[in-house]
Design a protein around this ligand. Sequence first.
Ligand SMILES: [Fe+2]
Length: 276
Amino acid sequence: MSQKLFVNSIENYLKTKNKTNLKILKMSFEKLKKTNLDRDKRYLIIKKLGKNKKDLYNKMSLIGKISNLIPQNSKKDFIVEVKPKIKILKKIKNKIDIKKKLRYHQTNVGGSIHTDGPQLEKPPKYVVMGCVNNSDRGGHSIILDSKKLYQKINKDSKLKKSLNKKFYFERRGFSGKKILNKQIFTTSKKNYIFRYLRDYINAAYDIKNKKIAPIKLQLLNRIDQLMKNKNLHKRYKLMKGDIIILNNFRLAHGRTDFSLNKKNSQRNLLRMWLKK
Ligand SMILES: [Fe+2]
């Protein structure tokens, strides 16, 4: 119900550009957060929100206009295209090198289930992704509830001790200090934040020229192992014009490997990071 109200409010505002309708839109988004994004499954998919790339871009910008956006790189881009960097990918054939040189959103590699912005002091609470194009093969979105990982790890008397340890994260894509030192699971009564992108953690330890302590390594490997469990995955293939909004404090996401399409029809998602 609140999803329909939200979509109608977007259409209404774009038709009228009226201040009151903008207020209504803002209220309907806040309601959607309370009723959908902050409880139960914590994500939602709106099918065919955009009629074409321009329409999708305009509607996402409007969601940005009523939110606090977080820049996604040093250039301060607020809407970023998640699409493979074909030229570079063709030059580097090896998956490990690809993961070292590019940010995840610039590759066609699947797996690496992660949260967005783990390299930020405070990661975005919500991530919005709009689909301009998907690949012919693969490119399914994978969503996973990190609380299920937390509960399993917390039951393990040995691993439990590593939950309060801090890990280095490479601040890839951002200027200033190179490394951030944070817990993977932040849990307090008020806040629950899961922060994870294994490649950025590995890269940070390489930069520091330090080995990851065995107890920490065990935790990372256990997280990766649990994340591979398909029973914990929700899968969905976004199609042209669809958007997904997910609670990035709680859910991790990833995608399956995908094929590179012909030149102008590559998999391409538009992404925004919302502060709260
Ligand atoms: Fe992501």
